[in-house]
Ligand binder design. Sequence first.
Ligand SMILES: Nc1ncnc2c1ncn2[C@@H]1O[C@H](COP(=O)(O)OP(=O)(O)OP(=O)(O)O)[C@@H](O)[C@H]1O
Ligand SMILES: [Mg+2]
Length: 348
Amino acid sequence: MNDLATTSPAIRVRHLWHRFGRFDVLRDVSFEVAHGEIFGFIGPNGAGKTTTIRIMATLLEPMAGRVEVDGFDVTIDPDIVRQRIGYMPDHAGVYERVTVREYLEFFADAYRVPTAGTSYAVVDAVMELTDLTKLREKLVATMSKGMKQRLQLARTLLHDPKVLILDEPASDLDPRARIEIRDLLVELRAMGKTVFLSSHILTELADVCTSVAILERGRLVVSGPIEDIARRLEASTQPQPQAVEEPQTETGPKTVRLPQPQVPLRTLKLRVLAPGESVAAILAGVPAVKRVGPGPASTVLVGYVGDEQTVATVVRVLVMGGIPVVGVEPERNELERIFLEVTRGEVQ
Ligand SMILES: Nc1ncnc2c1ncn2[C@@H]1O[C@H](COP(=O)(O)OP(=O)(O)OP(=O)(O)O)[C@@H](O)[C@H]1O
Ligand SMILES: [Mg+2]
């Protein structure tokens, strides 16, 4: 194996620019994806996700900047990059008048995957992995959209690529199929693959991604491991106490006044076996709690300033006050919170 490949990240994007006509679609985008990550590429419609992905997949040449996959430049070594990636485009068609097995065998041949005569062990293994074995003799034309999407994913795995690049892999899937795809991505990661996938549906990525990059109007807003971004956000929104000296009085020492910090209000969703009013009455004694109100589906929303210690205090005070607490969760998951905060331009 090339030395570069062992030391380079799975994907490296450096100062990438792309333009359609007079419109800069990508503006100085840089980020890295480490080996073994499930990396979510998030952004609203038109942000430039597909354009970035097409450049990674060697289908579009970057106008400026560098993109490398496993240490190989997509412009200089496109053939090597193509061997290393499994690329699943958004909304690509599939051949319809063949069975699932024939479809996969056709692509196994196209990728020149070694076979023992007419036996396609790889196809069997991929069908097993993607839960298509039972559908092996089904005509592609008669499959649902979700099944076709699974077939597409199966196709990308045939040549055992190191890096999967999936553009909105779950866009046509029902909730059960989404969960199945998520489980499959986790399994692929456990097999040592790197998974890069785009989505504008945050909840789809929150449980499965180890790192994310958020793109907004062609610019990268933030990237990195989800916990690191959350910690950076935390630090950037923590109060920075800057003492202000009051004018000296004749009678005593200088008084020092700390400005009121601008800390964000977080919201907790509680499930309790008691009326919301009694929760509000008990939490009135907790200074960190700023707001108590009704939430969806008989939950109670508690607005607070603080961290997980504050959450523990809230639960303790309620339980000691005789309120049976049966559920505690943040109103938004970590990724949704990050997305909302960074796309308001609060951190860079
Ligand atoms: N071939 C093209 N010619 C001209 N403009 C294009 C072309 N492809 C994309 N664009 C424009 O580039 C911008 C980014 O498009 P892109 O498809 O990369 O966004 P996206 O983030 O993938 O969006 P979506 O979530 O809708 O898939 C859009 O404004 C789009 O109209
Ligand atoms: Mg797209």
